[in-house]
Design a protein around this ligand. Structure first.
Ligand code: T5A
Ligand code: NA
Length: 207
């Protein structure tokens, strides 16, 4: 029987590594190839919770570290029903940052362990494929606007990268992000084309 559901593809990586650029290009690629595809971004700054997160990231609003962690998670739960329905109706869902960001950034602050960080993510949809855009932190500092938000220091970003390495699972694909946009895109397309035929009907849950 032909597969009816869409694929859940998550982009992860350090700040400025090119996640939004590549996620949007992948959405366009699906559409060009006759598939319905949705772009989802976390944090989704358009909701009331997202607005609080935005103020925090810009340094306009102080927040307890555990509180901001839970807000990021709550922001993902806000999108659960919509993402679930889209996938089950056969749409591809391309996500710019997800639960792995939640864990990587909070663990890097040294205020909570993996178990505490993962807890509230339990039950969210598990990605079929994670694209990890990998780069030297030094390269990222030279990209436009690096340093504008609270987590954008090279020391913190190095720690985030270390935690990502520990979170890696078999459904992760590491892509060298220190190349031109088109080359990176072609590699991502290869990964996706390879995985699509092997998609299982069941959508798994995190963690
Ligand atoms: N966060 C997030 C948490 O702490 N917990 C969570 O649960 C979540 C979801 C905001 C912050 O929140 C933290 C992580 C972040 O610190 P965000 O809005 O996704 O999250 O912030 P960023 O990751 O910083 O998003 P950016 O837009 O800055 O980075 P992207 O999406 O990785 O990069 P992109 O595509 O916007 O590109 C950045 C710049 O580089 C250029 C682009 O044109 C752009 O100027 N660029 C390239 N230049 C050269 N070569 C390439 N290959 C390039 N690709 C893109
Ligand atoms: Na982004």
């Amino acid at each position: 029987m032909a597969l009816k559901r869409g694929m859940l593809i998550v982009f992860e990586g350090n700040d400025r590594v090119g996640k939004s650029t590549q996620a949007k290009k992948l959405v366009e690629w699906f559409k060009t190839n006759g598939k319905l595809a949705q772009f989802v971004q976390f944090p989704d700054r358009s909701t009331p919770i997202g607005s609080l997160i935005n103020q925090y990231l810009k340094g306009e609003q102080k927040m307890h570290d555990n509180s901001i962690h839970l807000l990021f998670t709550a922001n993902r739960w806000e999108k659960f029903d919509e993402m679930n329905a889209a996938l089950r109706s056969g749409q591809m869902v391309i996500v710019d940052r997800y639960s792995y960001s939640g864990v990587a950034y909070t663990v890097s602050k040294g205020i909570a362990d993996y178990e505490w960080c993962r807890g509230p993510e339990k039950g969210l949809l598990k990605p079929d494929c994670v694209i990890f855009l990998s780069s030297d932190i030094k390269m990222l500092q030279n990209r436009g606007d690096f340093g504008k938000e609270v987590y954008e220091t090279s020391e913190f970003q190095s720690s985030v990268r270390d935690v990502y390495m520990k979170l890696m699972e078999p459904n992760w694909n590491v892509i060298d992000a220190n190349r031109n946009i088109e080359e990176i895109h072609q590699d991502i397309v290869k990964v996706v084309e390879d995985k699509l035929p092997n998609l299982q009907q069941e959508i798994l849950k995190l963690w």
